[in-house]
Design a protein around this ligand. Structure first.
Ligand code: NDP
Length: 277
């Protein structure tokens, strides 16, 4: 049995073990996937112990994604762009680090929600780790325009400056929330952590173009404050980040096992569990 794990602090409520168990059963992979609670000052030691015990790979969650980035001997281009690692693979030539969060949100939008990004006007809210991880995959999805807005405008400008070379001909811009309102967007993605405190980013109703989809990276049994506000403001569709969670897991599974699981039944099962409390 090949061993995999989620490492974080906390990890008790993570859905990753059941998601990966479902992927393994579906694809016939002989593997186990466990939760490992690392001490806040013991990330590297915990990873080394897992490798010594025969571990093949780990997903990394809060608050260790930057430490995982620093620990990896080899980084994928998307991990380098994200500046953070959520997937570690332990191979003969060392520790490989990748970041599948960003591709997870893009795939959820395009494949699960039937929301193509090519040629669309996309507004990304936030300038933390989740927004940084999403930028490269969003740029590669070919939107007509990509605007990053953050409560602290300077952080948005700084982040966008780092991705300007990658954007090429794409119009990639940044602002604070105060400067939003003149332009409307087709897809509005909340990558702030406001929903964690039941708050919604303070953005004007005019950001929602007719037919717009509002997406919150956060998920839960009830709609987030952002999704409620977006519906009230006129968003035609709303979606939470459960599909992003499943898709980033599927991308990690592909890296480790070389096979892409079918995410649809796993997403449906997790949605039913979430709705059931
Ligand atoms: P960070 O702490 O790195 O980022 C915080 C960001 O949120 C900053 O841009 C901050 O703005 C902004 N912010 C915080 N509170 C507010 C508020 N009240 N109003 C407006 N903006 C606010 O968090 P992460 O990037 O790691 O995570 C962001 C979200 O993404 C979380 O909800 C997390 O659960 C979700 N996520 C979901 C995943 C999934 O698989 N579904 C995977 C990863 C993340 P400022 O700079 O002004 O402080």
């Amino acid at each position: 049995m090949d061993r995999y794990a989620l490492i974080g602090h906390p990890v008790a409520h993570s859905k990753s073990p059941s998601i990966h168990a479902a992927f393994a059963a579906q694809t016939g992979q002989a593997m186990t996937y466990e939760r490992i609670l690392a001490p806040l000052d013991g990330f590297t030691d915990t990873v080394r112990d897992f490798i010594a015990a025969g571990g093949r790979g780990m997903n990394v969650t809060v608050p260790f994604k930057l430490e995982a980035f620093a620990l990896a001997d080899h980084l994928s281009p998307r991990a380098q762009a994200a500046g953070a690692v959520n997937t570690l693979s332990f191979r003969a030539d060392g520790i490989h680090g990748d970041n599948t969060d960003g591709v997870g949100v893009v795939r959820d939008l395009i494949a699960n929600l039937d929301c193509p990004l090519a040629g669309r006007r996309v507004l990304l809210l936030g300038a933390g780790g989740a927004a940084r991880g999403a930028l490269q995959p969003l740029i590669e999805a070919g939107p007509a325009r990509l605007h990053l807005a953050n409560r602290t405008a300077a952080k948005a400008a700084e982040l966008v400056a780092q991705f300007q070379a990658l954007a090429g001909a794409l119009t990639l811009t940044a602002s604070g929330f105060d400067e939003l309102g003149r332009d409307a967007f087709d897809v509005i993605i909340n990558a702030t952590s406001a929903s964690l405190s039941s708050a919604a980013p303070a953005i004007p109703d005019t950001v929602y173009a007719p037919g717009a989809l509002a997406y919150d990276m956060m998920y839960g049994a009830e709609p987030t404050a952002f999704l409620i506000a977006a519906s009230t403001a006129g968003a035609a569709r709303v979606a939470d980040g459960l599909g992003m969670l499943i898709e980033q897991a599927a991308e990690s599974f592909l890296i480790w096992r070389g096979v892409r699981p079918d995410t649809a039944p796993v997403l449906a099962a997790q949605r039913a569990t979430l709705a059931g409390g």
